[in-house]
Design a protein around this ligand. Structure first.
Ligand code: UTP
Length: 416
């Protein structure tokens, strides 16, 4: 332990992080050992390089950006919908379709203790967790197509045990257990604005999931990709846990991608306000990409094609499809990291837990949409947000639980 402590001391001194063992003498032997091991497992060079790089200003030149072509679902006739859906249906019925739910996020904005998927919504007549809603969506497809779609759930170290326990407690809401698999994504230390790692307890350093874009390498690392290949899975749908109108199994979307020979596809919703702080789909250097709102001005947002259709108004709604070859390709690629500014509680120098009321830390995350630029083309399908987009993010924006529940109820009542 002495040697280990010396090694840790050297590392902390080198990176100016001595505060991490400030309470070392107060710990019992197990806590001491765990803290030293945690410190030795952290890639300090990586986290500080990410921090330094994120301080550099990014420029995008207007000639790098061009529009990404899109389809609008409402423009398809009933006959066309039926035609394309048949390709999706055939694939699903042949057992070659799987769903991945990305549920490894921290849900900091919602401020709910526990995995976001375990958050309970109280509807007028019933209560449902986000996981139950997602499960019911996939079960409906199973019943309709007489299959059991393999359901993969990405968790993080922080929420894996609680997520699994929640599924067990609820008996998987009747989903065949053997068809549900959990896998954990990677993590990185959370870092304060003044470049210090933070303690979540006097004996452990706060680490957080490294973004939903880690899904591909996590699938590879945990053998999910191999398992999918062995089981002849050809297409996979990827979605977040927090959109309660997400259609995980959409035969039309899938069939359109298959029939038109795409290997990746995304749904979008129309961005109503030109300067709303929402990223939109575009091409950068000809490749499908996402344009962050910082780079969108009024001119760009209002620009139209000759027929008067907006060119840069398709917002990401975290609903994607990829074929297995595309997933394999990206699982061997290192996606870049983005900096997110988030609220994280920490132990201060007096050993007291501080709970911030505004963002205080940086978290480095890979985003799933960065995979798109590794392809020449992708299908982009604009859908009706009232039918497919009811996300739960926080209590202050329009993406709050109450608005989402209202949309969900409206949708399901309309359909009855
Ligand atoms: P968000 O980016 O909205 O993050 O995730 P979040 O963790 O839910 O909430 P905040 O930003 O901390 O408030 C969109 C989707 O991506 C998943 C989330 O679980 C959610 O389904 N996600 C996010 C991951 O699976 N892993 C991550 O590291 C981050």
């Amino acid at each position: 332990m002495i040697n280990k402590l010396q090694k840790v001391n050297d590392i902390l001194e080198k990176y100016n992080q001595e505060h991490l063992i400030q309470f070392y003498d107060e710990l019992d032997d197990t806590q001491k050992e765990n803290l030293l091991n945690q410190i030795l497992s952290i890639d300090f060079e990586k986290i500080f390089t990410l921090y330094d790089n994120s301080m550099k200003t990014e420029y995008i030149l207007s000639n790098e950006v061009s529009p990404l072509e899109y389809f609008v679902k409402d423009n398809f006739s009933a006959e066309d919908i039926k035609f394309y859906s048949s390709f999706g249906e055939d694939l699903i019925k042949s057992g070659s379709f799987a769903v991945v739910t990305m549920a490894g996020g921290q849900g900091t904005r919602l401020g709910y203790k526990g995995p976001k998927g375990t958050y309970i919504l109280s509807f007028e007549n019933t209560k449902k967790s986000l996981f139950q809603i997602m499960c019911e969506d996939i079960k409906r497809a199973n019943e309709k197509f007489n299959v059991t779609i393999p359901w993969y759930i990405m968790t993080s170290d922080e929420n894996d045990a609680k997520t699994k326990a929640f599924f067990e407690k609820n008996n998987f809401w009747g989903y065949p257990k053997e068809s549900v698999k959990f896998f954990t994504q990677g993590k990185l230390p959370i870092i304060s604005v003044d470049k210090k790692l933070i303690l979540q307890d006097i004996f452990s350093i706060k680490e957080g999931s490294n973004g939903n874009g880690d899904v591909f390498s996590a699938m590879k690392k945990h053998g999910i990709l191999d398992e999918m290949k062995e089981n002849n899975i050809k297409w996979v749908s990827f979605g977040g846990i927090d959109n309660i109108l997400l259609q995980n199994v959409d035969t039309f979307f899938l069939g359109l991608a298959i029939n038109k020979n795409y290997s990746i596809a995304s749904k979008s919703i129309f961005k109503k306000e030109p300067l709303e702080k929402t990223a939109v789909y575009c091409r950068k250097f000809e490749k499908p990409s996402i344009l962050d709102y910082d780079f969108i001005d009024l001119d760009l947002s209002m620009s139209c094609d000759n027929a008067g259709n907006y060119l840069y108004r398709d917002a990401n709604m975290l609903s994607h499809l990829m074929n297995i070859e595309a997933i394999e390709k990206i699982s061997n690629t290192k996606l870049r990291y983005h900096r997110a500014f988030k609220k994280n509680a920490f132990i201060n120098s007096e050993g007291v837990k501080q709970v911030p009321d505004k963002p205080n830390t940086f978290k480095f995350e890979k985003f799933i949409f960065d995979a798109f630029s590794y392809f020449d083309d992708m299908l982009l399908l604009r859908v009706d947000e009232n039918k497919e987009f009811a996300p739960i993010k926080d209590f202050t924006s329009i993406y709050n639980p109450f608005t989402a529940m209202q949309k969900y109820e409206d949708y399901w009542n309309l359909d009855k």
